[in-house]
Design a protein around this ligand. Structure first.
Ligand code: ATP
Length: 370
């Protein structure tokens, strides 16, 4: 499933040059974004970057200042929220406290004038889908947070919208429940064949659930890509730094031969790199490297072609599945290294304040020019 790689595939949701201003404040700035049918799409970004505003414009609760939104080829401007084939689920769930679970789910269907027997069937179907068959007669306060979340979900898909918009859908759940529910949401989306657009500021959540992620910053999209791509091939320092952990080395390109370059680092050691983009000598670039790509050894690695620097172990954190080290170079730069405990080089136990070498081959990191 990768319609975005098919040049003939038509986007299902298209934001075209959307700008949204609140007074003099630009919340969304000339943003273009395409989402495909049946895609699980995540909008990821820091608080205030415009994620929710984008969803609200698609749902029809806000009007774009300029630009247009198309859904399945149809222009949405002028179409009121209730006539859009879109439903929105909010973080607060907004369940009616005095109504039973069944009545909460039935509410929208009733408003639409659906026949009573049909409503009953649909509600039963929804309860089964979210595994709450036994809970139909309860009121929201008699449910756990996770159960309430599932009622809200059932209610928002009961009308069978083509697109479900989820604004921080799992924000109110604790970590463990959130992780479980992420997989439930993915299964549900698959089963129903709906298009999901989810807003989150939790990158793990976006990485887990989404087919593709748009990383937003101050009303603009910085990169749209699959979780693996945003992690392994970020297009900018912003994305590299935003997704996962990274150490960034800044330097000037000394030599460039094809894709092999040498960067004169500001941290006291030269870095050999392989650049996916063309760079010329003299240019300032960043070399971004993930913690799991760095080796930690007591002696300098024998291979002279790998990048290596000596430092001091600043701290060690044991996290169960992995151990995280911070190593401080003479320049003061602190480098993060992670090692999976199951595959760790057991013969090299390290202690705090010890001298150690960090090393990484040229192709372990990414050269970034912006
Ligand atoms: P969060 O994760 O905190 O919900 P977000 O990325 O969803 O953030 P938005 O809710 O889209 O952010 O808001 C984007 C910016 O627009 C914020 O700076 C916010 O203060 C501003 N904004 C949103 N709605 C309005 C409004 N009705 N009037 C004025 N400013 C608004």
């Amino acid at each position: 499933f990768a319609p975005w790689n098919d040049p003939s595939a038509k986007p299902y949701i298209a934001f075209e040059n959307i700008t949204k201003a609140f007074g003099s404040f630009i919340a969304v700035n000339d943003l273009t974004l395409h989402v495909f049918q049946r895609e699980f799409f995540a909008l990821l970004g820091a608080s205030g970057c415009g994620k929710s505003t984008l969803l609200r414009m698609l749902a029809g609760f806000e009007q774009p200042t300029s630009g247009r939104i198309l859904l399945d080829g149809q222009e949405m401007s002028g179409i009121p929220p209730y006539r859009r084939p879109v439903n929105m689920m909010f973080q607060s769930y907004a369940l009616f406290p005095h109504m039973t679970v069944e009545k909460n789910i039935a509410f929208g269907l009733k408003q639409d004038g659906m026949a009573k027997s049909e409503i009953e069937d649909r509600v039963a179907q929804m309860l089964k889908l979210v595994k709450l068959e036994q809970f139909g007669k309860r009121k929201p306060h008699q449910l756990s947070g996770g159960q309430r979340q599932r009622v809200a979900l059932a209610r928002s898909i009961a009308k069978r919208p083509k697109v479900l918009l989820l604004d921080e859908p799992l924000g109110a759940l604790d970590k463990k429940l959130r992780e479980e529910t992420q997989f439930e949401l993915m299964d549900l989306q698959q089963e129903l064949g709906l298009t999901f657009m989810v807003v989150t500021h939790d990158q793990e959540e976006a990485m887990t659930m989404a087919d593709r992620i748009a990383i937003m910053d101050r009303g603009q999209v910085k990169q749209v890509a699959t979780p693996a791509e945003v992690y392994e091939a970020p297009n900018s320092r912003f994305v590299a730094d935003f997704i996962g952990s990274v150490t960034l080395f800044e330097g000037k390109v000394e030599k460039a031969e094809g894709n092999r370059i040498e960067i004169a680092g500001t941290d006291g050691f030269p870095i050999r790199a392989e650049s996916a983009v063309a760079v010329t000598p003299g240019a300032t670039v960043h070399y971004a490297i993930r913690p799991e790509k760095i080796r930690l050894t007591k002696a300098r690695p024998a291979d002279p072609s790998v990048n290596a620097a000596e430092g001091e172990i600043w701290d060690i954190a044991y996290l169960g599945d992995m151990t995280v080290f911070h190593v401080r170079l003479a320049s003061g730069k602190v480098i993060k290294i992670s090692q999976m405990n199951a595959t760790r080089e057991a013969e090299e136990p390290f202690g705090w304040d010890e001298q150690a070498w960090v090393s990484f081959p040229a192709n372990a990191g990414i050269v970034l020019t912006s």
